[in-house]
Write a protein that binds this ligand. Sequence first.
Ligand code: SF4
Length: 407
Amino acid sequence: MDLLNTLVDKGLRRELPTREEALAVLATSDDDLLDVVAAAGKVRRKWFGRRVKLNYLVNLKSGLCPEDCSYCSQRLGSKAEILKYTWLKPEDASKAAAAGVAGGAKRVCLVASGRGPTDRDIDRVSKTIEAIKEQNEDVEVCACLGLLSAGQAERLRAAGADAYNHNLNTSEATYGGITTTHTYADRVDTVQQAQAAGMSACSGLIAGMGESDEDLVDVVFSLRALDPDSVPVNFLIPFEGTPLAKEWNLTPQRALRILAMVRFVCPDVEVRLAGGREVHLRSMQPLALHLVNSIFLGDYLTSEGQEGKADLDMIADAGFEVEGAGETTLPAHRADAVAAAAGCGGGSCGPCGDDSPEAASVEAAAPEAAAVEAAAPEAAAVADQDARTDLVAVRRRGAGTDLPPNA
Ligand code: SF4
């Protein structure tokens, strides 16, 4: 297919596809699905080989949020029966993080519900980062605390945070229909503050909220313009008790096309398969490994993922390998830029400076959410207006409980 050949060529050159090309990926038929996956897989392998980076979520503070993000089980007025607790102590968060690292995670994502942190919250999180790094020197720590105020990004960076996550979630045009208590521009501003402070930016999207193909392409092009180092792709987990509880409008095939489109638009960026993969990709999850180079291990913030061991088995069975602590995730050109922004000048100082042959051979060149009518024809066909309690399980283990985490 000419379209796919063009997209592969562009992806290998890190050249931005046109909007029409990105839209055409989303409009491909199920007959062409494996060709789409194979094409985007070539781009994935060019920049990331067959490595899969594992990330581990620790929910520092769960529920009780004053914001009204429609997709979120922790939102104001949510009736979802999730765990609710306030800040975990640094030692408890460190213990939870250690379980993820023991399971193979390279990055620990410290997440807290809320509009944004107070300065006292930054103190708490700083202590937590220090406690985690004391135990696991090489682990990457990403903070995800909501909207940042002046000076907070610099304080997190000084405390050792390697990255900051704040998702754009959906297109600017539809943002007001999803959330009213803050704006799309607020979100862009926080991502830019994190970048300016020298943290690696992580920013992604949530698909399946009823958005059109145009909206999806808009948000992914906006992300490319923001230039984060990692892009988590969430598929809406329609929690009972939230306004989007009945938005079951994704098929595994559509989820794969979305991931392929993101890979073509952001070829050399860490594309992370995030919340909702088990729920929407189901038995097709292994195919997604040909598109993304990063996943979460184990559970999500307020919902349960598949068993950590099943994640590791899936990676091995599909012919991929878990990325080791000594390997650099990003291609050399990006890793060097991250190192320069962080002020460490590059070199072999840990996660940002790998001079392995693999990294050298590569051409020089930040969850909070576990989670409007889609334009794709299949969306309406699969809409299931019933709750799918068989697919969505609220997290009852790990952080904030007495039970061991799933890692
Ligand atoms: S996504 Fe974040 S800010 Fe929005 S309701 Fe959930 S916890 Fe609050």
